[in-house]
Design a binder for this molecule. Structure first.
Ligand code: NAI
Length: 412
């Protein structure tokens, strides 16, 4: 086990917003026991006080980390968001403070794919309407407009993590899968890609959207696109709220051209569970409305806890910044016994590396391995050296103009 220049017991880990208990458990198992676990997110003044001497911070989506907070966190070296998004953090400022941010972008892929699969089955059977009617005391016992999904054509727009996962499980239930992606994607199983979105629209019985929010995907599915779909088609959006033009969808539902839909995301979503959901869609029984919970399962929470904690530990114990969302990404091997690792974060400007090299040569020290990555305004260089006697080196490196932070790790 490597030793950190600051022992693990002294590294203060702050976990807020009741992140999954597995996170705390994993830190403790790894030897970190200075852990502050809070169920909520403190107000800014209390947050600053809590973070003044903290080294690692774990949050979910409610804790806003802006420049003001970052200025109060002298020792903070990494932030983990135990969720998918990172909008709650000023990522550029965090980077300039030498703080990588880690998240878990794909931990809930399976959860979304499973929900969509269930929705395909329910929409094909007309269950939403029958369920809504039954809740009103009506009994619609009929096979009209009720179909199996076997043999039906599913169109997937965006064949990334979720789209391709959905493809596999839908095909295993007998669906014929077609997809469209702007990137060249390897088809899974017997899925086939189409040359254009329009070709896909015209071909399928159910269309499911799995694209990110970009300028091209904004309003991607409106009247023109829905007109191209077969009469009686079904539409599912569990991607982003602005991908579908809601007014156009409503017109298509009114005409019956789109027979049913399932929406998990909306152009405007309530900001908390206490706020009402306001949409004309609530009048339509044939629309399954879910409150942006496509990825919200216990399994996804566990995956998130494992993934984010693993990334934070890897950075703290090893210096690796692989998959950091705002920081130069460096993936490095374990430190060798008898070596020391110096992690130097600096302003990405000419002359810094030259000065670092000069310090090494003036101390007669040889760099055994060097990893360097820059991104925007920040450079991250990691140097492994033989021996542990590097006190002078550390002092001198800290003095290099442009230095943001220096960390040291010792091999066994
Ligand atoms: P991903 O990045 O793995 O896949 C997205 C795919 O869309 C990529 O293959 C990309 O090439 C493709 N793409 C981008 N622009 C396109 C365009 N204009 N036309 C066709 N294809 C395009 O993303 P992932 O993880 O599969 O997520 C997909 C969507 O699902 C995202 O919008 C994400 O925000 C959303 N999501 C929703 C959740 C929920 O709770 N409802 C949970 C997780 C993700």
């Amino acid at each position: 086990m490597n030793k950190l220049s600051l022992s693990k017991e002294k590294i203060k880990v702050v976990l807020l917003e009741g992140v999954h208990p597995l996170a705390e458990e994993s830190f403790r198992k790894d030897g970190y026991n200075n852990i502050h676990y809070l169920k909520d997110s403190p107000e800014p003044a209390a947050l600053k006080e809590l973070l003044a001497d903290a080294h690692i911070l774990g949050i979910r989506s409610r804790t806003l980390i802006n420049e003001d907070i970052l200025n109060a966190c002298d020792k903070l070296m990494a932030i983990g968001t135990f969720c998918i998004g990172t909008n709650q953090i000023d990522l550029d400022r965090a980077c300039n403070h030498g703080i990588p941010v880690f998240n878990a972008p794909f931990s809930n892929t399976r959860s979304v794919a499973e929900l969509v699969l269930a929705e395909i089955i329910f929409l094909m059977r007309g269950i939403p309407q029958k369920n809504a009617a039954a809740h009103r005391g009506q009994w619609i016992k009929s096979a009209n407009s009720s179909f199996e999904i076997r043999g039906k054509k599913l169109g997937i727009v965006g064949f990334g993590h979720i789209g391709s996962q959905l493809s596999v499980i839908a095909e295993s239930l007998g669906m014929k899968v077609f997809f469209y992606d702007i990137e060249n994607k390897l088809p899974m199983g017997n899925a086939r890609n189409t040359a254009s979105l329009n070709e896909l629209l015209a071909k399928v019985d159910v269309l499911s959207l799995h694209v990110p929010s970009t300028t091209e995907t904004k309003n991607m599915i409106g009247k023109v696109q829905m007109d191209l779909m077969k009469p009686g088609s079904l539409l599912i959006n569990a991607a982003r709220g602005d991908v579908v033009v809601i007014e156009d969808l409503i017109a298509q539902l009114d005409s019956g051209h789109i027979k049913g839909a399932a929406l998990d995301v909306f152009p405007e979503e309530p900001s908390s569970n206490a706020d009402p959901f306001i949409s004309k869609l609530i009048e339509y029984d044939q629309v399954i409305i879910t409150p942006h919970i496509g990825g919200s399962t216990q399994e996804a929470q566990v995956n998130i806890a494992n993934e984010v904690t693993h990334k934070l530990l890897k950075y703290s114990n090893n210096g690796s910044t692989s998959s950091a969302v705002n920081f130069p990404q460096v993936s490095i091997p374990e430190l060798q016994d008898g070596q020391s690792r110096i992690m130097h974060i600096h302003k990405n400007k000419p002359g810094v590396l030259e000065k670092i090299n000069h310090i090494f040569s003036s101390l007669g020290m040889n760099i055994a391995a060097l990893h360097l990555q820059t991104s925007g305004e920040i450079g991250y260089v990691i140097m492994d050296v033989n021996g542990e006697d590097i006190d002078d080196l550390k002092v001198q490196l800290k003095g290099v103009d442009g230095t943001v932070r220096v960390r040291i790790l010792h091999g066994r």
